[in-house]
Design a binder for this molecule. Structure first.
Ligand code: PEP
Ligand code: MN
Length: 334
């Protein structure tokens, strides 16, 4: 971190500030120019409040030169993290997986039929929401505990691992046999929830918030990793912009940027990003071409009558076509 001092900073003020910073465990390198003095702060600045220093009377501006995230930082872990979803199924590095299924679990027949069809087309993980974060309290809130039971039954019958969203750490007992716990976009900065997930030994699918930067996403992953759980899959699912034709704007550059910054796997959710089923196939292919380690796609056997997100859900047949195209693109780029 570098602090540029105001031109009128006196020697006494510089000395006071230097001692104050040293008291916080940092070494301070002072560089005096014609009119500006620059302090180079050396050491672990991750715990230093940048805004606090910027607000000091003698300080003109502050700039971080190293990232505030450590455990998820590729600098300290150059190789890609490969995460075991099950004993035999991996994601990250050279391992690519497609997660597919309905937005919400609706009935035993619905989840089982979709599970069987997406499995047959090449999906390796079944998705399905049991606890649904809906904007309106009057909308379908999910089958909750019953939804988890139906997912577990589909898992038993198809052998597919399952991913489903948690909204409250008090529900953790219900997630014992869930293979990947999803943290939805709206909970990306629910830090108490992230701390609880950090204590688990289970993969977490962490979705980027609607209006969060990549650095904030990585800091949320850092919360989970700081608790000891290193199995985190990052998910870009579109961010809110001024564009209104699509539900969100898919930030595809997040894939190569995150891969540069972190060793964690990155997956793309083109369904929530676009909000329109017809845009899902091209964006899924683009995500694969950009280097994503996986996709999470909403699929429904009767999209028009879906309880949630029918307009962005592919039919099983459409999903099969996308999965085939994705396989071809992977063949070309690998
Ligand atoms: C979902 O996956 O169904 C979901 C609610 O996603 P997001 O948190 O990205 O909106
Ligand atoms: Mn959805």
């Amino acid at each position: 971190m570098v602090a540029v001092l105001k031109p009128n900073a006196t020697d006494a003020q510089i000395k006071n500030l230097t001692e104050w910073l040293e008291g916080r465990g940092l070494k301070v390198h002072i560089s005096k120019g014609e009119s500006y003095t620059i302090l180079g702060l050396i050491g672990d600045t991750s715990k230093i409040d940048e805004d606090l220093i910027a607000g000091l009377e003698t300080v003109d501006s502050v700039k971080r030169v190293s990232e505030p995230f450590k455990s998820v930082n590729r600098k300290f872990h150059p190789g890609d993290s490969v995460i075991n979803i099950t004993e035999t199924l991996k994601i990250g590095g050279g391992h690519f997986q497609i997660m597919a299924g309905p937005c919400s679990v609706e009935s035993p027949g619905q989840i089982l039929e979709i599970a069987k069809s997406v499995k047959a087309s090449g999906a390796s993980v079944l998705r399905g929401g049991a606890f649904k974060p809906r904007t309106s309290p009057y909308d379908f809130q999910g089958l909750r505990a019953d939804g988890i039971e139906l997912l577990l039954e589909a898992k038993r019958q198809t052998g597919m691992p399952i991913v489903t969203e948690i909204m409250n750490a008090n529900h953790l007992d219900m997630f014992e046999n869930v293979d990947i716990i999803q943290v939805g976009a709206r909970n990306m900065q629910n830090f108490e929830l992230l701390k609880e997930l950090g204590k688990l030994n289970k993969p977490i699918l962490l979705k980027r918030g609607l209006a969060n930067t990549l650095q904030e996403l990585l800091m949320s992953a850092e919360y989970i990793m700081a608790g000891g759980n290193r199995d985190i899959i990052l998910c870009e699912r579109g961010i809110r912009t001024f564009e209104t034709y699509t539900r969100n704007t898919l930030d595809l550059s997040a894939v190569p940027m995150l891969k540069e910054l972190t060793h964690l796997p990155v997956v793309i959710d083109p369904s929530h990003a676009c909000g329109l089923a017809r845009l899902v196939p091209p964006m899924a292919m683009a995500a694969v071409a950009a280097g994503a380690h996986g996709l999470i796609i909403e699929v429904h056997n009767d999209p028009v009558n879906a309880m949630c997100d029918g307009g962005q859900s592919l039919t099983p047949e459409q999903f099969g076509e996308v999965a085939e195209k994705v396989r071809k693109i992977r063949g070309v780029i690998s």
